[in-house]
Write a protein that binds this ligand. Structure first.
Ligand SMILES: [Zn+2]
Length: 320
């Protein structure tokens, strides 16, 4: 059961396995840095390791205890999720009440707060009293998307484990798995590593328009073979500010790299069309020119001028 975590989260896994081996698991742990669903799976794996009674490497993941923990059906493991937008005081009070009952199957109890940063101040204060005076053998897992929103008084009472952010490919696969638009997920993934912003971008109307224009531009330039300086007009309005121009460059780099490596990803982007139009040499030429363009922009060249010289360079390159 730990194999997968050893590969994807070597640091956190080592810390957790060490404290489990020494029977010194903190009474309150806070995870962040990965999507909540992944954090939940890790928290449940730790609990399995504590409760699984199968001899050998624990947890086995197969026994009834392990299975009920993973599916959220073990009576000594309570998972609390936000009621609406927040975790409310009465949810924490109910939790405290439930935990005051003796545990059902074991002498230990576990509770998991999903998106713990959404606790209202009142809820956080109730939890705080509880964290200060644990009433028995209880272990808390606080799963958090945004640790800056957690009260410092709570942060000071938990062991914080930062999980490694997923790599681009993992994130993309996850987003597509969750039913998000593949194309937009592909591009959003280029612009940010931050989960919240990633999901915001994919749903953002302006972003959708920008991607549409970017793909139109690529089609004009690479498929219809329009003059580069003419195709340029299509993306110009998204390049008014230096920062947005740099974003457009990052997106173009991603597309050309994608085409260059002929990646066999299940992504229906214009880059598939481009892929049939562009050979590796052409991709390389564009990538080299994009590096120059980015350098110029960072050196404070006027955006429109820099963009024009990029497209003139493409034109000269294709004639050569
Ligand atoms: Zn087991």
């Amino acid at each position: 059961m730990w194999n997968k975590w050893q590969q994807t989260q070597p640091i956190a896994t080592r810390i957790l396995q060490n404290s489990l081996a020494k029977e010194r698991l903190a009474h309150a742990l806070l995870f962040h840095g990965q999507p909540l669903a992944i954090q939940l799976e890790l928290a449940r794996t730790v609990i399995q390791a504590k409760l699984c009674r199968t001899p050998g490497a624990r947890p086995c993941g197969m026994c009834s205890t392990c299975q009920r923990i993973m599916s959220g059906n073990h009576p000594d493991v309570i998972t609390i999720e936000a009621d609406g937008a927040s975790i409310k005081k009465d949810q924490i009070q109910q939790l405290q009440h439930d935990l005051s009952q003796t545990s059902f199957e074991t002498d230990e109890q576990f509770y998991i707060l999903v998106a713990a940063e959404t606790m209202t101040i009142q809820a956080a204060n109730s939890l705080l009293k509880f964290l200060e005076e644990p009433t028995g053998k209880q272990t808390a897992f606080l799963l958090v998307s945004n640790p800056t929103k957690v009260l410092p008084t709570i942060l000071s009472r938990v062991q914080i484990l930062q999980l490694l952010p997923p790599n681009q490919q993992q994130r993309l696969t996850e987003m597509v798995h969750q039913g998000l638009d593949e194309q937009r997920a592909f591009y959003a993934n280029v612009l940010t590593a931050d989960y919240e912003r990633l999901y915001q971008l994919v749903g953002d109307e302006e972003f959708r328009k920008m991607i549409k224009d970017l793909e139109l531009y690529l089609e004009q330039l690479e498929v219809q073979k329009q003059a580069p300086v003419i195709a340029q007009i299509t993306i110009e309005k998204w390049c008014q500010k230096r920062q947005s121009a740099l974003e457009i460059i990052a997106l173009l780099v991603a597309v050309y790299e994608h085409a260059f490596h002929q990646r066999q990803q299940p992504i229906v982007t214009i880059s598939e069309k481009i892929q049939t139009q562009l050979d590796r040499q052409a991709c390389q030429q564009r990538l080299q020119q994009l590096v120059k363009l980015e350098k110029n922009l960072r050196a404070n060249a006027l955006v429109t001028l820099a963009l024009t010289s990029y497209h003139i360079a493409l034109m000269n390159g294709s004639e050569a």
